[in-house]
Design a protein around this ligand. Structure first.
Ligand code: GNR
Ligand code: NI
Length: 174
């Protein structure tokens, strides 16, 4: 297992649409192992493969409360079948947009279809934090970030800040 580097804004790969997994290969299993290690190390409650630079429809989550037993959930090719309920605001963050948090309103209930690492298809109903997390991760697979739900003004301010940081990093490294 290995901790992989997490892409951060303004990395353009974060806007790529990820491809479905056709077959669960050894590479996919290694990717999933590494994604858990990377997510727990960060720490975060979810991670999409594109955040480690792999444009495949693979997500890992663990929304269990701190100090409770781990509840890892691996979703291959997740699909949101239905979203219900009046949108509820929640303060979101993203490992690819470090140290920035803002409120996003999403429907509270989701029906999700996904495949596990054994190739079995499941359909589950989720709510609460897990619903928010899965919606956030499936957005990543479609090249969408939580800041895309904010006003253009706020979004461009955040993107500009990260572009400036990247320029400074490049300058210091050269
Ligand atoms: O760790 C994370 N926390 C979080 C909090 C509120 C809503 C979504 C998330 S997901 C985020 C990890 C991440 O960036 N996943 O893509
Ligand atoms: Ni994220």
């Amino acid at each position: 297992m290995a901790i992989r580097e997490i892409l951060v804004l303004p990395d353009k790969r974060l806007y790529e649409v990820s491809k479905p997994v056709a077959e669960i290969t050894a590479e996919i299993r290694t990717l999933v192992d590494d994604m858990y290690e990377t997510m727990y190390d960060a720490p975060g409650i979810g991670l999409a493969a594109i955040q480690v630079g792999v444009p495949m429809r693979v997500v890992v989550t663990d929304c269990s409360p701190r100090d409770d037993e781990a509840e890892p959930l691996t979703l291959i090719n997740p699909e949101i079948l239905e979203l219900t309920g009046d949108p509820v605001p929640y303060e979101e963050g993203c490992l690819s947009i470090p140290d920035y948090y803002d409120e996003v309103s999403r429907p509270p209930n989701a029906r999700v279809r996904y495949m596990d690492l054994d190739g079995e298809t499941h359909e589950i109903d989720v709510d609460g934090l897990l619903s928010t997390c899965i919606q956030h991760e499936v957005d990543h697979l479609d090249g969408k970030l939580f800041i895309d739900y904010l006003s253009a003004f706020k979004r461009s301010r955040v993107v500009s800040k990260f572009k400036k940081q990247a320029r400074l990093r490049d300058k210091l490294a050269s």
